[in-house]
Design a protein around this ligand. Structure first.
Ligand SMILES: Nc1ncnc2c1ncn2[C@@H]1O[C@H](COP(=O)(O)OP(=O)(O)OP(=O)(O)O)[C@@H](O)[C@H]1O
Ligand SMILES: [Mg+2]
Length: 259
């Protein structure tokens, strides 16, 4: 068994103080191995984004810790790339400039920067659009630029917070397959948040179902559905059985979160 790349140990996060204090995540434990794709599912407000933000080092924990390759995460973690639901592109920069942004900040030599940008733009099928601005692209294309921009930093870990939620069903499916292909090729480890159980089953090696707030790990499901995975699989008996099981677990927590 390969070593843990990301480890969350008894992670707790409380926002605010006194009567207004909200504990978003409590005693959350997780272990992600190198090259694994793990998804977090759970009711709205159960602390999924909070967990991801702590892994990225955007937010500190109240207690417990995150280890990346055994080292505690204490500030914004350069080994992690983050992709959000909103594309978070710079509207005043072209596709090329957006993708080059990270490598430029990291002071990569120009030739290498250009080479990386070219490689990743090609990988997501956006060659020819290097000089376009985000507002000249469709939603799916913008999300591909966002993926590309995260990849151009060559992070070991990709943290994805519902990146495909705003896309239409067809584009979403293409993006899921694209993500799997890219990750397979470049060997990233992925921690992915989604509200779609279908998406979780298509993408991941393991699915973590979180409890209603305060978020803890309710169940951990190994996903042995064969790869490569395609949308056709969603009609298969194994897929439907797993989907029903996970749906039931999430539903219990959604009901609990409304009480
Ligand atoms: N910066 C903050 N300040 C105060 N409370 C916060 C902050 N961020 C999150 N929370 C609270 O923490 C809880 C968990 O929020 P979080 O965004 O992690 O949930 P989530 O599982 O990602 O939900 P969703 O599925 O709707 O995105 C919520 O009750 C939220 O109100
Ligand atoms: Mg969230």
């Amino acid at each position: 068994m390969s070593e843990a790349l990301i480890q969350a140990k008894e992670l707790t996060k409380t926002f605010g103080r006194g009567k207004k204090a909200v504990t978003a995540v409590e005693d959350f434990n997780l272990l992600v191995k190198a090259r694994e794709v793990v998804t977090l599912v759970g009711p709205s407000g159960c602390g999924k984004s909070t967990v991801l933000n702590m892994v990225a080092g955007f937010m500190s924990s109240t207690s417990g810790q995150i280890l990346l390759k055994g080292e505690p995460v204490t500030s914004v973690e350069p080994q992690c790339g983050m992709i959000f639901q909103s594309y978070a592109l710079f509207p005043w920069m072209t596709v090329q400039e957006n993708v080059e942004f990270g490598p430029r900040v990291n002071r990569l030599p120009k030739a290498e920067r250009l080479d990386r940008a070219r490689r990743y733009i090609e990988m997501v099928g956006l060659n020819g659009f290097e000089d376009a601005y985000p507002n000249q692209l469709s939603g799916g294309m913008r999300q591909r630029v966002a993926l590309c921009r995260a990849l151009a930093n060559e992070p070991e870990v990709l943290l994805c917070d519902e990146p495909f939620a705003a896309l239409d069903a067809m584009t979403r499916q293409v993006m899921q397959e694209e993500l799997l292909r890219i990750v397979d090729r470049s060997g990233q480890t992925v921690l992915f948040i989604t509200h779609s159980i279908d998406e979780a089953l298509i993408l991941s090696d393991r699915i973590i179902v979180m409890s209603a707030r305060p978020g803890r790990v309710k169940e951990m499901i190994e996903n042995h559905l064969p790869r490569p995975r395609h949308v056709d699989m969603q009609l298969g008996e194994d897929f439907l059985r797993m989907k029903r099981g996970i749906w039931k677990m999430v539903e219990e927590e959604v009901v609990a979160s409304m009480k």
